[in-house]
Ligand binder design. Structure first.
Ligand code: NAP
Length: 285
């Protein structure tokens, strides 16, 4: 059985959809925290079991009979994230899975300026140490991040954000399909993958231009000092740790950490990747 964690999350549910195009539903299982939220998957014949990375015992039942487990990186911040991901990797091994896959990031690194990458680097190291056959799927930066910044920019007419840098913005749907292929196509990806990222790296000046072309409205890009941006964000209600976390993304982007592109995504998909423009068009429709 092919087990996907977070099967009702944004990425996880798309991976399940793509898997169901490739294998019968009785070969697919999801591990979710809220079983009731996965009723539609159960109706499609997917095995639904409760599993929470912070309750490792729950994973023994959720991963039972696993041939492969795809661990979707959990949306947990801070030290707890590493322990939780390790618990999932250990549980996959206990279940007898012959392969563990993990949704990593193209900028995974212990010395990244973006804290989320430390979590991915720790997971990759643990996989290499403990998991036997493993695949760390190094996802490009989610283009869905536009949803955080573009609506406000359209309200104010300004991208008033810290200095950034080019990012190879990548669509969830493309990554979910690549992940499903990794689980089902013999020989697709072993170990740490190349960057699974769209081929074009765009900064916020580029994004402002494209949004302008789509909406007919001019967006000004205004670079704000890091501390000034953080103070404004906190005054607007963002908790200080979340503001610091978000600032890390801009610092890493300006260092070029997310500028990496690679043909691997388009090669495995056998088609062009979804462009950032297409993601923006769908979002702004
Ligand atoms: N590549 C990138 O640029 C990028 C950007 C942002 C985030 N990410 C990573 O990608 C992951 C998936 O993103 P998404 O868009 O699908 O976000 P999402 O919909 O918020 O998914 C987060 C997932 O984490 C799972 N989760 C949280 N706490 C958990 C726990 N204690 N035990 C087991 N699972 C837990 C959730 O499971 P439930 O469904 O059970 O709640 C959910 O499926 C994120 O969690 C994050 O690590 C990557």
């Amino acid at each position: 059985m092919l087990i996907i964690t977070g099967g009702t999350g944004r990425l996880g549910s798309l991976i399940v959809d793509k898997l169901l195009e490739r294998v019968p539903a009785d070969r697919v299982g999801v591990s979710v925290r809220d079983v009731a939220g996965a009723a539609a998957l159960a109706e499609r014949g997917v095995r639904v079991r409760a599993g929470d990375f912070t309750d490792p015992a729950s994973l023994d039942h959720a991963f039972e009979g696993a041939e492969q487990v795809l661990v979707v990186s959990p949306s947990i911040r801070g030290d707890g994230a590493v322990a939780a991901t390790r618990a999932a990797i250990d549980a996959a091994a206990r279940a007898g899975a012959s392969r563990v896959l993990y949704t990593s990031h193209q900028a995974s690194s212990a010395d990244s300026l973006f804290a989320a990458q430390h979590q991915h680097a720790a997971a990759e190291a643990y996989l290499a140490e403990r998991a036997g056959r493993f695949t760390a799927l190094r996802h490009g930066f989610y283009a869905s991040t536009f949803e955080i910044y573009v609506p406000t920019a359209l309200e104010t007419g300004e991208f008033r954000l810290p200095e950034d840098g080019p990012v190879s913005w990548t669509a969830h749907g493309d990554l979910a399909e690549a992940d499903a292929i990794a689980m089902t196509r013999p020989g697709a990806f072993d170990g740490i993958t190349p960057a699974l990222a769209a081929p074009e790296a765009l900064d916020l000046v580029d994004v402002a231009r494209i949004v302008g072309e789509i909406t007919g409205r001019t967006l000004k890009r205004i670079v704000v000092d890091d501390e000034e941006w953080k103070a404004t964000a906190v005054a607007g209600g963002l908790p200080a740790p979340a503001a610091e976390f978000a600032l890390g993304m801009f610092r890493a982007a300006r260092r070029g950490e997310f500028a990496v592109t690679d043909p691997a995504l388009e090669t495995v998909l056998g088609r062009p990747a979804t462009s950032a423009r297409s993601v923006l068009e769908a979002m702004l429709r």
